[in-house]
Design a protein around this ligand. Structure first.
Ligand SMILES: C[S@@+](CC[C@H](N)C(=O)[O-])C[C@H]1O[C@@H](n2cnc3c(N)ncnc32)[C@H](O)[C@@H]1O
Length: 269
């Protein structure tokens, strides 16, 4: 049984979510006239603590944030009024990019979401545009949770899955992509990222991967799936999504991986 599956781990907020969000506090980013970037920054600063010491490669975090910020800015500019962030963690985009009449739905594991909600409540800013869908994606019903949170499948949606998919098994990702597809109009858009394993050239690559996986095991958030070249596109395609734009970046020599960022639209029926 993976560590993340242990009942004790289900009861505590995500360490990786906190770590990633705290690093966004240091980035220059776009904002929105209706939003409150300062509230988002205060949310992240409250998460920092000693985690600030252990920064991800800054350039990598910047590129990742830029990809998902651009997807958000573009979707809102094109008139999308509904955003679903799956595995939202402490993502503060609903505060920063609020938009005019945009409804935001955040999906995450109940333990992380409860902690995030109380931190957002403490900011003392308007939050009626944000709805929460507490779900353990590995065995709970995402479709029902989105419906209860007010997601409207007849309206275009921006769907965000940032830094999430490696923590889910392939069969869970299949189900997730299929549910999101069923709840999407033709002009909805899915933004997601994957850590892709390159062909391992020597034992050092495997050691590098084992070290990073070991760290995740220690914090109780073990990786549940690996993506080799072409796997992400296949998972998306099988669930009815067509990649319309992608970016390959951050080739990492330590563990022979790279980042894959995609934007996908529902495939034509
Ligand atoms: C690395 S964090 C990324 C958080 C956020 N997307 C961001 O980029 O700041 C991974 C997130 O996935 C969530 N997650 C992992 N497994 C999950 C599951 N089975 N069900 C729901 N959420 C899950 C964690 O709670 C955590 O918030």
């Amino acid at each position: 049984m993976a560590l993340y599956d242990r009942p004790t781990m289900r009861d505590r907020p995500s360490f990786t979510a906190r770590w990633v969000a705290s690093q966004r506090a240091h980035l220059e980013r776009p904002d929105d006239v209706h939003g409150n970037a300062d509230a988002e920054r205060r949310l992240y600063e409250g998460l920092a603590g000693w985690l600030g010491i252990a920064r991800l490669d800054r350039a990598r975090m910047r590129r990742r944030t830029e990809w998902f910020d651009a997807a958000t800015v573009d979707a809102l500019a094109s008139g999308v009024k509904q955003v679903v962030i799956v595995g939202a963690g402490y993502d503060g985009r609903a505060l920063r990019f609020k938009g005019d009449g945009v409804r935001w739905i955040e999906v995450d594991h109940p333990a992380t979401q409860a902690d995030k909600r109380s931190r957002v409540d403490d900011l003392d800013v308007p939050t009626s545009h944000i709805a929460y869908a507490p779900v353990d994606l590995s065995h709970e019903d995402l479709d029902g949770a989105l419906a209860r949170a007010g997601h409207e499948p007849a309206e275009a949606t921006l769907l965000i899955a940032e830094g999430l998919l490696g923590y889910l098994r392939h069969e869970t990702i299949d189900r997730l992509f299929a549910v999101l597809r069923r709840r999407s109009t033709g002009d909805s858009i899915l933004a997601a990222n994957f850590r892709v394993l390159e062909h391992s050239r020597w034992i050092g690559d495997r050691v590098g991967r084992a070290v990073l996986d070991g760290i995740l095991n220690v914090v109780g958030e073990s990786r549940k799936s690996t993506f080799y070249e072409g796997v992400a596109e296949r998972l998306l395609g099988d669930a009815g999504w067509t990649v319309i734009r992608h970016l390959v970046s951050d080739h990492d020599r330590f563990d022979a991986t790279h980042g894959l960022f995609v934007l996908a639209r529902p495939s034509a029926p």
